[in-house]
Design a binder for this molecule. Structure first.
Ligand code: DQA
Length: 140
């Protein structure tokens, strides 16, 4: 059984309420139910972790990064600021896919640099919550 974890960073707990014109109207909890349903017949166990705290995200990556088969990471704004998160992604063994709900390249200039892209297996950007599904599909 493949073990895949989705990790969301700061402010992504507010999905569904936060700027719905950019991030959509679904909560992540509802989306996780949908996603688990989609992969119910696949040999994959999906889990989810969200934190608004950089250190907690690092701790989670260290905890699972040597025994999970894949990590889907939307680091939120920490994508654009955190060398520590990039170092953690580089340090672990599990492949990481960077996901962004919005097309960050269509937005403000400060969203167009990611510290973590260079240490990720691949990137999925701008496909809404669908991006998480595509990332899980890749691992499956
Ligand atoms: C985001 C894009 C980031 O620039 C932003 O800070 C977020 C969400 C996205 O999923 O589109 O919090 O990662």
């Amino acid at each position: 059984m493949l073990q895949v974890m989705i990790i969301n960073g700061p402010n992504l707990n507010l999905l569904g309420r936060r700027e719905p014109e950019i991030y959509g109207e679904d909560t992540f909890e509802d989306f996780m139910l949908h996603l688990k349903g989609k992969f119910v017949d696949s040999d994959v166990e999906l889990s989810y972790f969200q934190s608004n705290h950089e250190g907690e995200l690092l701790d989670k990556l260290h905890e699972i990064g040597f025994n999970y088969d894949g990590i889907v990471l939307n680091a939120g704004a920490l994508t654009h600021t955190s060398i520590a998160l990039a170092d953690a992604v580089a340090a672990i063994e599990a492949p990481v896919i960077e996901v962004h709900i919005s097309n960050v390249h269509k937005r403000e200039a400060f969203r167009q640099h990611s510290y973590i892209s260079a240490v990720c297996e691949g990137l999925i950007v701008g496909f809404g919550l669908r991006g998480y599904e595509l990332a899980v599909q890749y691992f499956v």
